[in-house]
Design a binder for this molecule. Structure first.
Ligand code: GCW
Length: 676
């Protein structure tokens, strides 16, 4: 009897444990006791996964999975799929095994979001061939700009010990269409290519493979010298070329479907071809040649800026445009969405739409380096949507960033999009429950770059929390407003990079001494008695000239430049009349105030949602919102009190007054170590 009680008790605890909502299950919370009838015309690890996911979670009738080369199916590609039928019976077809797996996740998603009721007729194929996460994970398991604990990769235990989280990670990615991952930081240790690390990489690749995920590595350009003992790593030196060829052979022997290399070269002190008087083309082409026999590719980053150079926002364009058309066909240039650096808001980098003879891919930052780490609720889909929909005018009107990168505008052999991951070993993966939505949104947009932020938020909330309308409507609104709120309380009206030195968490607009001028805040806001903002028109750095007409004219004129980019492109007097008829100073005050009020409102919305949310996640999000509300006030007070020393005008009297002293705020030093 005692024993029976004990068994019952442990079963009960087991059930409770399974039901515990600690965020570890992400958006994959569907019940797994469905027992659906699922058949497939092929057996393989990938197809078996698709079958198992549906068997355990699909609550409808029989599902038939067909791998087929039929024309109307194969035109959707190996990742695409077609499904038709209804709840009672369905056929899913794809030309590739991954396509069947993506279809399974799609079907489960429409089931969980309540859209699998009538006729089900779906055709899907991804916008980009490569949908890749970039982990900035170091080999010592710290994560550069990571706010969710240490790296998931337990390098010291690999390859002998395989954490169950590796497979959970692969499954989560596959469920949203992500098909590639770069395991290590772009500030790469040469050791990743050593004989010690490659078998560890192989172990991860083996786990990810059935989920359709290919592994890539960031490589250090100086590896031949550091690891191979060569006198240097000059890309034109035959021994260096041979070293890379041998390394490629060694990698592909272990990992036959290895994806390729990601390279940060001659940027922020990383080695590169310039060290030997060579160009980005010389460096990238050499690596591309080494990978070519195995169908590997090179993702070469355009995030380069020289301290002595021109306006930082112009440099990627200046360095890379002259090389357009000179890169090998297995190279893609990876360009950050904005020309400075993942700021809360930036206009798009002008290389998009301009580089027309070389494939270009966007690099987005999912981790919130400049958006409040994992403390602030900031849903980033609206920011990415704004970016992807921006018209570059590269081939006339309608040449959006999306079209310029997904192969619809230019003939591109390679199409890709990357996101710097926000994943760590925290139980909830991302540090903040709502930060999971950014991982989700990246995957969904990489699959379909026309999805709206509202749809993505809706799917994510329904699967991660509940479909209860009284929860869904206000919380979705909060998510959709959250990015603008952060922009408002951090750097509205086109202000940028006025962050605290190094760690980039709080405000430090007064920061004016660094090892290089473009690492100070004053470089970017240029506030003085006469006004504020960075003049990037013809009278200033003329960065506007890098954009196509009519954008360059629109941005050049403060009357037509969108307010959201105003101080990005213009230096304007404090009494400049805004479109809403306020003075610039007053509008700045109103913007900061609006940001603070928005977060207070998020707190209310969340508290009201309490009865729809499990206790743990409710309290954890509630605590984070408190931090965010305090930080928003900190940002507002720091920026307004500091800028007021130049504007010499009162904060409009109808607005809430600062509650901090500028001198006190200036003393705050957070103990977080990082470069720049
Ligand atoms: O924004 C800067 C970050 C660095 C990062 C760099 C880059 C990986 O502050 O931490 O280094 O961008 O993207 O290379």
């Amino acid at each position: 009897m005692k024993r029976l009680i004990w068994i019952c008790a442990s079963l009960l605890i087991g059930c409770l444990y399974l039901q515990a909502e600690d965020g570890s299950r992400l958006w994959l919370r569907a019940a797994t006791d469905a027992q659906a009838t699922v058949t497939a015309n092929k057996k393989s690890p990938t197809v078996d996964l698709a079958v198992r996911e549906l068997q355990t979670q699909w609550k409808g009738g029989a599902v038939k999975l067909l791998l087929t080369q039929a024309k109307e199916v194969s035109r959707l590609g190996r990742d695409g799929f077609r499904m038709d039928g209804n709840r009672k019976g369905l056929t899913i077809q794809s030309a590739g095994e991954q396509g069947l797996l993506y279809a399974a996740y799609h079907l489960l998603r429409i089931q969980e979001t309540g859209k699998a009721n009538g006729e089900i007729l779906v055709e899907e194929s991804p916008a980009y061939d490569i949908r890749i996460l970039n982990h900035w994970d170091n080999l010592n398991r710290t994560v550069e700009r990571g706010y969710a604990g240490y790296s998931l990769w337990q390098w010291d235990e690999l390859p002998a010990v395989l954490s169950p989280r590796y497979e959970a990670y692969a499954r989560a990615n596959a469920s949203i269409g992500i098909n590639a991952t770069v395991l290590n930081n772009v500030n790469a240790s040469p050791q990743i290519l050593s004989a010690t690390y490659l078998p560890k990489v192989k172990a991860l690749a083996d786990i990810f493979r059935p989920y359709g995920i290919k592994v890539y590595l960031s490589v250090n350009f100086a590896s031949p010298a550091v690891l191979g003992g060569l006198p240097d790593s000059d890309p034109l030196r035959p021994e260096v070329q041979q070293w890379w060829k041998d390394k490629a052979r060694e990698i592909y022997k272990l990992i036959p479907d290895f994806g390729g290399f990601l390279v940060k070269a001659n940027s922020e002190g990383e080695p590169g071809p310039h060290d030997y008087g060579r160009t980005h083309v010389d460096g990238a082409n050499m690596l591309a040649d080494a990978l070519k026999p195995y169908n590997g590719i090179v993702m070469w980053r355009a995030f380069v800026y020289n301290p002595s150079g021109d306006d930082r926002a112009k440099q990627a364009y200046l360095e890379f445009m002259p090389f357009d058309g000179q890169f090998r066909d297995n190279i893609i240039i990876q360009v950050k969405n904005g020309p400075v650096d993942f700021q809360p808001r930036e206009p798009f980098t002008p290389l998009f739409g301009a580089m027309q003879k070389t494939p270009v891919m966007a690099e987005l930052q999912i981790t919130q380096e400049y958006l409040g780490f994992s403390n602030h609720l900031a849903f980033l889909a609206p920011m990415w949507e704004e970016f992807l929909h921006s018209d570059t005018y590269g081939q006339g009107a309608g040449s959006t960033v999306a079209a310029a990168t997904d192969g619809s505008l230019f003939t591109q052999k390679l199409t890709a999009i990357s996101g710097v991951a926000n994943i760590g070993e925290d139980t909830n993966w991302c540090g903040h429950h709502f930060a999971q939505a950014n991982w989700y949104a990246f995957g969904r947009l990489a699959w379909n770059n026309t999805l709206s932020s509202a749809q993505i938020a809706d799917e994510w909330l329904r699967t991660t929390f509940t479909s209860e309308p009284e929860f869904l409507t206000p919380v979705k609104r909060m998510m959709l407003d959250s990015h603008q709120a952060v922009v408002d309380y951090m750097m509205p009206l086109g202000l940028h990079h006025i962050f605290a030195e190094n760690h980039h968490y709080g405000p430090q607009p007064w920061f004016d001494k660094a090892s290089r001028p473009d690492w100070t805040s004053t470089y970017y806001h240029k506030a003085s008695g006469s006004g504020i903002g960075f003049d990037r028109t013809a009278s200033g750095s003329n960065a506007v000239a890098q954009y196509f007409s009519p954008l360059r004219e629109i941005y050049s004129n403060p009357a037509t430049c969108p307010d959201k980019y105003l101080l990005w492109f213009h230096h304007l007097p404090w009494n400049y009349r805004m479109k809403n008829n306020r003075t610039l100073w007053d509008d700045l005050c109103y913007s900061y105030d609006r940001g603070v009020k928005a977060v207070r409102n998020f707190q209310q919305v969340w508290d009201e949602a309490e009865r729809y949310v499990d206790a743990q996640r409710f309290t954890e999000v509630q605590s984070k919102l408190k931090i965010q509300a305090r930080d928003a006030v900190w940002w507002r007070d720091a920026c307004l009190l500091y800028f007021q020393t130049f504007s010499a005008q009162p904060i409009p009297y109808e607005l809430e007054r600062p509650v901090n002293e500028l001198e006190e705020l200036k003393k705050i030093k957070l103990d977080m170590k990082h470069h720049n």
